[in-house]
Design a protein around this ligand. Sequence first.
Ligand SMILES: *Cc1c(COP(=O)(O)O)cnc(C)c1O
Length: 455
Amino acid sequence: MHSWAEPYKIKMVELLKMTTKAYRKKAMAMAGYNTFLLRSEDVYIDLLTDSGTSAMSDRQWAGMMLGDEAYAGSRNFYHLEEVVRTVYGYKYVVPTHQGRGAENIISKIMIKKGDIIPGNMYFTTTRLHQELAGGRFEDVVIDEAHDAESHFPFKGNIDLIKLHKLVVKYGAEKIPYVSMATSVNMAGGQPISMQNLKELRAYTKKHGIKVIHDMTRVAENAFFIQQREKGYEKKSIAHIVKEICSYTDGATMSAKKDALVNIGGFLALNDQELYDEASNLVVVYEGLHTYGGLAGRDMEAMAIGIKESVDDDHIRARVGQVIYLGNKMVDYGVPIVMPIGGHGIFVDAKKFLPHIPQDQFPAQRLAAEIYLDSGVRTMERGIVSAGRKPNGEHYYPKLELVRFTIPRRVYTQAHMDVIAESAARVFEDRKKIKGLKMVLEPKYLRFFQARFDLV
Ligand SMILES: *Cc1c(COP(=O)(O)O)cnc(C)c1O
């Protein structure tokens, strides 16, 4: 027996406001039934995202004091560069203010108008930058990823036959790279296997196509490889992470997730010509290539966080807590995406609220109900997040989910119990819950700012 108990203790606490149901009802209506528009003060347990919400370690905070706030050539940049090289193995690094800054730059450099970018399921900002650069995203994730009920252990895998069909149809020269994510966010934090990655590398090499890695949650993916894939049981997380990166040509990183910082990201590349272009373009959008929109102290905290993120005990506790919550929900009969993913629990809103049609936003409504019940803030990952097609129709994603994302090193086991109990209570009363109508729809990434009303 080996518990997932945390390899740290609490040194400082942040006090929370406790609210009543009447208070939350008012707050939710004012927020237009969009949990993104709630004030964080009015939230008890905040599971909106695991992005930028981690608790930094005492070492990271100490690192903040070592910030070298020089405009150019900060020593914290060189520390970050050294850590990216040793932990991930990429040769060059361009810091950016967060992940989408890196996505913007790689998309602008590599994508030409009319290009096709295959990927293992879309991510909101990633796809948008590909489209803004003139490309078109094509989903090549295996079918199991779109099936909330499939227990396949590597639902983040790429279907190489789907990829091959795109190569045959459009030609390899129309495909600048495959956009490969570890721990596929929109599928519920589902991992890609090392075997699949090796096959992807062999295939893309043959056709002269690059692989750009969305490495936002690479350590969590590595944990599942260690737990589930033959030959990796005894390999360290650090070893597995580096091997994953070795099958790719470059990466975009939102360090706000795995890397345990509140802000930061980077673009990593192995090709010098691409790096030269990126380090020039970053000046336009983020800042000089040795700070990329970040303070020196932020780069220092990121460098230290990256090292902590590949520690075996850390990642076992991190994913262990998520699995603990998921198992509790399963025990209560709440329908969730299986297997349980790395960064949160994804509740299946289609099964939870089968009486609400998808264009009345069942997941959006369910997230609002959970908040009303307990002050727990979750978010929609369904039709609202999927947005509209270039022709103006909604995308109707197969998965209509509510995401309970767990920040790293922030909440306790008792908090997990409160969350599961709330989901169970709302599930008991599910028949009374009705849909929503959208009353305000922003043009870009609508899920962040859309407003709704009860039908
Ligand atoms: C968060 C995220 C991004 C974008 O990163 P930001 O830091 O939010 O800009 C890209 N890809 C994945 C998989 C993410 O989870």
